[in-house]
Design a protein around this ligand. Sequence first.
Ligand code: PMP
Length: 454
Amino acid sequence: SISDGPGVSPARTAALRAEAEALYLGTRPKTRAAAEAAAHLLDGVPMHWMVDWSTPVPLVIAEASGARLIDVDGHGYDDFCLGDTASLFGHGPAPVARALARQASAGLATMLPSPDAGRVGDLLSERFGLPYWQIATTATDANRFALRAARAATGRPRILVFDGAYHGAVDETFVEIGPDGRAANRPALMGEPRDLSKLTRVVPFNDLDALEAALADRTVACVITEPVMTNCAMVLPQPGFHEGLREITRRHGSLLLIDETHTLSTGPGGYSRAYGLEPDMFVAGKAVAGGIPAAVWGMTEDVAERFRTARINRPDGHSGMGTTLSGSPLQLAALRANLEEVATEPAYAQMNRLADRMEAGLAQVLADARLPWHVARCGARVEVVRAPFPLTDGRQAKGAHYPALEATTHLALLVRGVLISPFHDMMLASPATTEAQVERLIEATAQVVGRLCD
Ligand code: PMP
């Protein structure tokens, strides 16, 4: 059955879904053949999330450049998903492509620093404001290593996450507040026999009283959070939340890890720089090196010093941090090119201008249709939120999530040549995005909303 949310007709949703599916399959013979030819991939895809898109068979992309995709059947798409942020600066930005080509003939993986290493450290420090950095290969890994370093530095066992947050496939973060109000492993988590709530505390975002209570026994090494929750629709911090979060974590001796993997959409120094946050540790991945697998984690002088001290007395052997391909010459070349030449102030100014128009245009579409929804925004990241008011925490975000309606909307947009992110209603503006593309997004959304409403 289809759950539709307020203002939307179930019969219309079902009809639109059927029509979009027929159109998708009927005009994509090569896409269908590609699905049949992928018999030796589990579920026919190289990574199982790819079956979670709205399409009846996976969309197979032959070419991605700028903010455009072309599928194997030759259909073009205006791409507002941008690899779920990995390609926030457009697909294959030219300076990154040139740096990768150069580095390909000078060594890809040596497990030694290249001459770019020192410069990359300087760029990260200037941009994000923390003095010491390490390179990882995914944001997942960067978060795992930063959490481990936080425990080592503080000598404390626990971490704290906010309900509804996502920080990558980081085992210990998959804890939520269950229906009975108690912390528990997330129900969808597979292959996890441990009760993760033993070492992970969880409180609602924007709830400083709950945070205070959860940190008071001084066993929490680290609070990990996005500055804006972007993985359960979009939950913005309420006025005073970040000031309170910083004050309470400091007072109880818990480190504050800000994960800016998605909120790099805010500006060149992320949300932290734009809003004056003072994290002890900082993580960014996905787009930070222009779309190749690379992530960064940084720390204050104080954390670095405590971490070094903790390392002095340990025996030789595995630290549980680092991977063979991390800090590679390839990553360093891409990081340098992306930070120096792509993720620049003018690029962000352009992204924000486009996102202004997306926000206004989409809000107008919702208002014209009298839908009780709104548009939330974090720099170049724009989200249609299926609730009349700003969300305050993960529980509210769950209540504003209508999977069947969202999938129908996504597929109906896709057959109109517009791609938005698969798991909720997120759209990104890249420096390569054109004004014409933004107008097409708004127009396609108006068409789809028109079909859904009575
Ligand atoms: N942190 C945040 C805030 C994220 O949204 C994600 C992925 N959606 C990650 C970390 C993990 O990134 P990756 O899957 O590239 O490891």
